[in-house]
Design a protein around this ligand. Structure first.
Ligand code: F6R
Length: 385
């Protein structure tokens, strides 16, 4: 069932454009470029009955919830948590609601203050992660409204939540999450737009612009995937490094975290993800010619600041691999390897920028002879703490 791909992971990386399209399809009207979340089920229906709901009445119920909330919490583990961090930037900036994103195992044990008018969003591909499940149960007990984003329908977390959204990625077999991650970021885009429009803080024109850029993402992802030979080439130079520092700002920060996690779990090499603005506060001391700097630097409102961090890292001897927008002469000049993504709105850059990082880790690990579908010591679903 690998359909000619060497590994499930590679197949799943290539399925991402389709997965992202499937994730947004129920919620987006491609004629009016507007968002209405489809059959979320806040009215208390069972997960099996969601498809039978009256879409109009259900959307009205969802909007009622979005109007009433004062805070948002996003809770998840691992890669799902990094998607949640992208969601934090999206929901806060677009919908102007305060958002906190936390790791489920921390959240559940720190006696969090969850005001009653909170929306607690849990993200879980499997829907069975023990800590995330405990977090959603706790949030319900404290009177919050809960919304799950799962890939596996009718999973435990999905059944437990008040409202339901789906990644629609199809089964993810590779232990390292790829398509569930990009699909989740697409769902979070629609969610952020939906909350923003419902609360009257986004114009119709802005909604149109954002929906158009979201609808363009699957074909832009195809474009990025077609550059795989450059990612493979970059990967072939990585074996020699002692360590890796992945950095970015804004939504590129969680992408740096995710890139570093993919390298650790697949190639068993030490990598750290860092907010680029934190570099001066410690990690700069690590940098020498045996350290690779992987900088996620798409052209957005933080680009200039990211570049100045990059130049500083390079001045200390770090070898640079950069991800940027289009044919960026500057990045090409200062990087050993420059990997391009197409020009896009800041809200979707993260979905595009993670692809080169996934493929670099994949190629490095498979060239080293590691089992990329089943990395050592890891399980697809973490049902115990
Ligand atoms: C990393 C990875 C894990 C999962 C984490 C949460 O590639 O797959 O970090 O993201 O175990 O799993 P779910 O999303 O099933 O709750």
């Amino acid at each position: 069932e690998k359909q000619g791909y060497a590994h499930f992971m590679l197949k799943e990386i290539y399925e991402q454009p389709r997965a992202v399209a499937a994730a947004i399809e129920p919620h987006v009207n491609p004629e009016t470029f507007s968002v209405a979340l489809k059959n979320v089920g806040f009215g208390g229906q069972s997960v099996q009955k969601l498809e039978e709901l009256d879409a109009k009445a259900d959307w009205a119920k969802t909007q009622e919830v979005f109007k009433s909330i004062e805070r948002v919490f996003i809770i998840a583990c691992g890669t799902s948590n990094y998607a949640g961090n992208v969601g934090k930037y999206l929901i806060e900036q677009l919908a102007k609601v305060p958002v906190e994103c936390d790791i489920a195992s921390e959240f559940r044990y720190r006696n969090p203050v969850i005001p009653a008018k909170s929306l607690v969003i849990t993200i879980s591909q499997s829907g069975e992660t023990a800590d995330t499940l405990a977090a959603i149960r706790m949030a319900k007990e404290m009177g919050a409204t809960t919304l799950s984003i799962c890939n596996v329908k009718n999973s435990t977390i999905d059944r437990e939540a008040h409202g339901h959204l789906y990644m629609n990625s199809g089964p993810e077999i590779g232990v390292a999450s790829t398509k569930a991650f990009t699909s989740t970021m697409a769902v979070l885009n629609t969610l952020a737009i939906a909350i923003a429009r419902t609360r009257g803080v986004m114009s119709e024109a802005e909604e149109k612009e954002l929906v158009k850029s979201l609808l363009a993402v699957p074909s832009q992802m195809e474009g990025v995937l077609s550059y795989d030979k450059y990612f493979e080439e970059a990967a072939s130079s990585l074996k020699l490094f002692r360590g890796f520092l992945y950095m970015g700002r804004g939504t590129s920060f969680p992408i740096a975290m995710e890139g570093a996690l993919k390298l650790k779990e697949l190639a068993y090499m030490h990598a750290e993800g860092y907010a680029a603005g934190e570099m001066k506060h410690g990690p700069l001391a690590l940098i020498d010619e045996r350290m690779a700097i992987v900088m996620v630097a798409p052209t957005d409102h933080l680009y200039e600041k990211t570049i100045s961090n990059l130049e500083e890292a390079r001045a200390r001897g770090g070898k640079v691999i950069s991800i940027g927008t289009g044919d960026n002469e500057k990045l090409r000049e200062i990087s050993e390897h420059y990997l391009a993504i197409p020009k896009a709105h800041w809200t979707v850059n993260a979905i595009l920028a993670v692809i080169p990082l996934q493929l670099m880790s994949y190629h490095l690990a498979s060239n080293l002879g590691y089992d990329v579908d089943q990395p050592r010591n890891l399980a697809k679903s973490v049902t115990v703490e």
